[in-house]
Write a protein that binds this ligand. Structure first.
Ligand code: MG
Length: 397
């Protein structure tokens, strides 16, 4: 069996409101849907995000025509040039590996999780992922602590999630602390995570950690940038720490371990160069007593159904996975897969059981959201960072 053609289609799918984070505003999901066809009539699906330029994805697709879809290491060599620390190459590879594993699973009649070690679970708990939101389409903005608590109540009711993740970093650090304490006050029995995406200084991080001690956080995620800063917070903050920023790929592992940088690593299938690499990384983390969770959004924005199915297939096969996995999937208004968006049941997403990734493309939806993407101008692909961007926040002392 050989790859006979590859299509890469940019799509833009709406989310229910523009969400704020320390890098700016996400207004929609801009993704690239990859279709890899074989000479035996099997088609595999992959998904990439805005961090992969369409021209590069198209060129990569052209380059792998003729390849055996089981030859993923050959694929890695072609797409990364053999480099071990090339994030762009890793992300690109991950999108195509997804499609090749989909082909392999469909060919064997098994879900992709069976290619990664087999299913240890049939569903995966996810987070109620809460952001500050801009007003949109008649919906009011979500800015204050009261707004954010009300928005969390809505998300928790809609999904059944018992883990809440608050995306901090889009307002002053003291406001983030106040929001977190308000969330804990309202949700006494939920797990609670806070992630300011490394926009705080070390001093701010330590001061915030002291004020958050009573919030009983599951973890404080990337308060400060880099291995040194995170190791200081881990040693001195008194709260478990997590990262998807200072330890994201194999070459960073030795220094992060030596510095005891974090307690938990959020694996990202894109940063780590695919699902198989992520599964191996999880094993390595266990050797150093690093907990592992699953990250959402590594390829840019967050995942649609194809990317989410890939993360679910991996999650099914990870013995040491800490629930709940990160997911912003509850924010999407629609999807390009048959049957519409995957549905939450008791706070969890079900592992698709059909061969391959377990999802199929809806041709009409793909065409519709491809036309939306084509009409979009580069000016509104990414919102302005008018609320502070990446400037570190220093404590007021
Ligand atoms: Mg994070």
């Amino acid at each position: 069996m050989r790859i006979s053609s590859v299509t890469a289609t940019p799509v833009r799918v709406p989310i229910y409101a523009p969400r704020l984070h320390s890098d700016g505003v996400t207004r929609s999901l801009d993704r690239i849907v990859i279709e890899v066809r074989t000479d035996e009539g099997v088609t595999g699906l992959g998904e990439l995000g805005g961090r992969s330029p369409h021209a590069r994805v198209r060129a990569a697709g052209d380059d792998i025509v003729g390849l055996d879809p089981f030859a993923t290491e050959e694929l890695r060599g072609r797409l990364t040039g053999g480099k071990f620390a090339d994030r762009g190459g890793n992300i690109l590879y991950a999108g195509f590996e997804m499609a090749l594993l989909d082909i392999q699973g469909k060919t064997l009649g098994r879900p992709v999780s069976d290619l990664l070690g087999g299913q240890l679970r049939t569903s995966v708990p996810t987070t109620a992922y809460v952001f500050r939101l801009l007003d949109h389409d008649g919906r009011p903005a979500v800015r204050t602590a009261d707004d954010i608590v009300a928005e969390t109540e809505r998300l928790v009711a809609a999904t059944g999630c018992t883990t809440i993740k608050f995306k901090a970093g889009s307002a002053a650090w003291a406001e983030d602390v106040a929001v977190t304490l308000a969330l804990r006050d309202r949700f006494r029995d939920h797990q609670l995570r806070v992630d300011p995406n490394a926009v705080w200084s070390l001093g701010t991080s330590l001061r915030a950690a002291a004020q958050l001690a009573e919030a009983d956080l599951e973890w404080l995620e990337d308060p400060v940038l880099g291995i040194e800063g995170m190791s200081q917070v881990t040693a001195r903050g008194g709260i478990p720490t997590a990262t998807n920023m200072c330890l994201t790929d194999w070459p960073e592992l030795p220094a992060a371990v030596a510095a005891h940088a974090v307690d938990v690593v959020l694996l990202d299938i894109y940063y780590l160069g695919g699902m198989r690499s992520a599964a191996g990384f999880a094993r390595a983390c266990a050797a150093w007593q690093l907990g592992i969770g699953l990250h959402s959004g590594g390829a840019g924005a967050s995942e649609l159904g194809i990317g989410t199915a890939a993360v679910l297939q991996l999650a099914a096969a990870l013995p040491t996975l800490i629930p709940a996995m990160d997911s912003m999937y509850s924010h999407v208004m629609d999807d390009v897969i048959v049957g519409g968006p995957l549905t939450f049941r008791d706070g969890s997403l079900t592992i698709p059981q059909q061969p391959g990734l377990g999802v199929e493309l809806d041709a009409d939806k793909l065409a519709h959201y491809a036309s939306v993407a084509a009409e979009a101008t580069s000016a509104n692909r990414r919102g302005p960072s008018s609320h502070g961007g990446k400037r570190p926040q220093y404590p007021a002392y």
